[in-house]
Design a protein around this ligand. Structure first.
Ligand SMILES: Nc1ncnc2c1ncn2[C@@H]1O[C@H](COP(=O)(O)OP(=O)(O)OP(=O)(O)O)[C@@H](O)[C@H]1O
Ligand SMILES: [Mg+2]
Length: 277
């Protein structure tokens, strides 16, 4: 099987010889939910029966690699069978090594997820060039928006693209030079709170005008939910909580979080990954 694009959608179950679809989760701003989203996407795909690999380009924190290690440990300790994404580990930090690793993963898997660090590194930049789909999570704050574009304080009009938007622009040019299909770029807001309605509306307006200016699709975001922080140590995701043998009581907040993830994956073309029940 390989990831198959059908009318802008990505589905499981195409022919073996098709290379993996590559999703890069990127933003030069730290702590926006990149690794959390990478892990949830990988597990959603694996739980749906797909073959999924992860490349972790954050050699200092290794959050997503550690998340997968914790999952393996939970399987070992509890005996519960959980699909585990394959982590492709870099031995060094060379760009040639990354290219080799990525090509191997693209051959072996249906979906390859590349998690990048919250800082501008050469490796992260090189990782972006493999993306068929780029997902950029932002915290719901003008501080985070600033890495995409400068916004006028009074009107929220976009004044100029910022450094991360320029990196994506360079990535697009490189893809075009290589004769590859256009990059799909989605931006979502993470850790949305119910409280600050004024900031939320202002961010929405600024993101909409920035989307037109620098060429991304805004997609519905994820709420602030403590469960994301709690799950890391067990290597579990919101998508595992209904499995027999997993002792987490499902709350209304967990169900809402699951719906948000489903809406996010649907919006970027990964439909049907999370069952509707
Ligand atoms: N929707 C959410 N609600 C609550 N906490 C969240 C949410 N998303 C992420 N977090 C928490 O926020 C912190 C940062 O998330 P994460 O490590 O995924 O971000 P990151 O963008 O990968 O960070 P870095 O740039 O440092 O790699 C973690 O503690 C994570 O559990
Ligand atoms: Mg991270």
């Amino acid at each position: 099987m390989a990831a198959r694009r059908t009318g802008g959608k990505v589905a499981i179950g195409a022919q073996q010889e098709r290379p993996a679809h590559v999703v890069v989760i990127g933003n030069e701003k730290g702590g926006t939910g990149k690794s959390t989203i990478a892990m949830h996407m990988a597990v959603a795909f694996a739980n749906a029966g797909g073959r999924v690999g992860i490349i972790d380009l954050d050699p200092r924190q290794k959050s997503v690699s550690r998340y997968v290690e914790n999952r393996v440990e939970t399987v070992r300790k509890t005996g519960v069978i959980l699909p585990v994404p394959t982590v492709y580990t870099m031995a060094g930090d060379g760009i040639e090594e990354l290219a080799e690793l990525a090509l191997t993963a693209i051959r072996n898997e249906e979906l390859l997820i590349v998690d990048t660090p919250g800082a501008a590194t050469g490796l992260s930049r090189a990782g972006h060039v493999f993306a068929d789909t780029l997902i950029t999570p932002l915290n719901d704050s003008f501080v985070d928006l600033d890495v995409l574009g400068r916004v006028e304080p009074e009107t929220h009009r976009v004044l100029a693209p910022s450094h991360y938007a320029e990196l994506v622009w360079d990535t697009r040019k490189e893809r075009a030079r290589q004769g590859r299909a256009a990059l799909r770029w989605f931006v979502l807001r993470n850790r949305l709170s119910n409280l600050d309605a004024h900031n939320k509306r202002a961010m929405e307006a600024a993101i909409a005008s920035l989307a037109e200016r620098i060429g991304f699709t805004p997609v519905a975001g994820l709420g602030e939910r403590v469960i994301y922080r709690e799950l890391f140590l067990s290597g579990l995701t919101l998508l595992d909580l209904r499995r027999p043998g997993i002792a987490v009581d499902l709350s209304v907040s967990h169900i809402a979080a699951r719906q948000e993830l489903r809406a996010l994956f649907n919006a970027i073309g990964f439909t049907g990954l999370i069952p509707n029940a």
